[in-house]
Design a protein around this ligand. Structure first.
Ligand SMILES: [Zn+2]
Ligand SMILES: [Zn+2]
Length: 262
C-alpha cells in the first residue's frame, strides 16, 4: 500500500508544459499526495510545423531519477495510441525502466481533437462512434499500457452543443472499450479535468458503474496538470466517484500496481 497519487502530470519534458519538477513536488507535498509524471509522447503527430510531442527518455531519466528515490514520485509516459505508432510505442517503453505507461487517444483520422476545426462538418454520433472504435482497437494493439487516460477526452474541446460522452447514447461503444480494458488487464483513469462541473461527474458515473459491472476493480486518478495550480485538482471528487462504485484507487511503480490508502 502507498499514499494517494495524482498519476497524470506533465512537466517541461512535455512540449505544452513549462512546469519544473521541484514546483510540482512542492505543490503535491502541500496536499499530502504523490505524483506520477506522464510526459507526452505522440509519434506521428499530424500537425506538421507545430511543436513535436516527443521527448528523450534517457534525458528524462537522468534529470528525474534522483527525485524519484524518495518514493513520492514515479516516472511515466503518456503515449498517444495510433495504428501507425504501435511499433514505435512498444520500442519506446523499453528504453528506460518507466514506472507507468498511460495510453491516450488524442487524434482521429490524424486530426488533433484539441482543435475546433477537427469537429467542423462532423456529426456527433458518427464521430464519437469512430473515437470509441479507435480507442478499443488501440487498447488491444497496445497490450503494454497500464491505464487508459481520459476516456472523455473528446468532450473537452468538442464544439457540439452537448459534447458529453453520455453513456446512454454510446452504451455499446463504451462497453467495447471497457471490455478491452478488462481483457488486457488495463485499468481506467478517472481524469479530474471535467469534474469541476456537476455535469462532468454525472456523465462519468455510469461509465464507472459499468466498468465495475463488467469486472473492473481498479482506477488511477489523474489531474492532467500542466501547471502547479492544477495538481490534485478535484482529487477528492474522483476518489468519491471511485468509492461510490466500489473501485479501488491505485498507482503504478516499476509497472506494478500499488493500492493507494490514506
Ligand atoms: Zn492526454
Ligand atoms: Zn495528459
Amino acid at each position: 500500500m502507498t499514499m494517494f497519487f495524482d498519476s497524470h502530470i506533465h512537466t517541461s519534458f512535455s512540449a505544452d508544459s513549462e512546469m519544473r519538477a521541484e514546483e510540482a513536488l512542492a505543490r503535491a507535498e502541500e496536499q499530502g499526495i504523490g505524483l506520477v509524471f506522464t510526459e507526452h509522447l505522440d509519434y506521428d503527430y499530424p500537425s506538421a510545423g507545430k511543436e513535436q510531442f516527443i521527448f528523450d527518455p534517457e534525458a528524462y531519466w537522468t534529470a528525474y531519477e534522483p527525485l524519484r528515490a524518495a518514493g513520492n514520485l514515479s516516472l511515466g509516459v503518456e503515449m498517444g495510441m495510433m495504428a501507425s505508432a504501435r511499433k514505435k510505442n512498444a520500442a519506446f517503453v523499453q528504453r528506460v525502466p518507466f514506472d507507468f505507461v498511460l495510453g491516450s487517444i488524442h487524434f482521429l483520422e490524424c486530426k488533433d481533437l484539441y482543435y475546433p476545426e477537427t469537429f467542423a462538418g462532423r456529426e456527433k454520433a458518427e464521430m464519437y462512434h469512430e473515437y470509441f472504435i479507435v480507442m478499443r482497437d488501440e487498447i488491444y494493439a497496445h497490450p503494454f499500457i497500464d491505464a487508459l487516460a481520459h476516456i472523455d477526452y473528446i468532450a473537452r474541446n468538442a464544439t457540439f452543443a452537448h459534447p458529453e460522452i453520455s453513456y446512454g447514447d454510446f452504451a455499446d461503444d463504451i462497453d467495447a472499450v471497457l471490455r478491452a480494458l478488462i481483457e488486457t488487464d488495463t485499468v481506467i483513469e478517472i481524469n479530474t479535468r471535467r469534474l469541476s462541473a456537476p455535469r462532468g461527474i454525472k456523465e462519468l458515473a455510469p461509465v464507472c458503474r459499468r466498468y465495475r459491472e463488467l469486472g473492473g476493480h481498479y482506477v488511477t486518478i489523474g489531474s492532467d496538470a500542466h501547471v502547479p495550480q492544477g495538481i490534485g485538482r478535484n482529487y477528492d471528487r474522483a476518489r468519491e466517484l471511485a468509492h461510490a462504485f466500489d473501485l479501488t484507487v491505485v498507482t503504478f511503480r516499476e509497472r506494478k500496481m500499488q493500492i493507494c490508502e490514506a
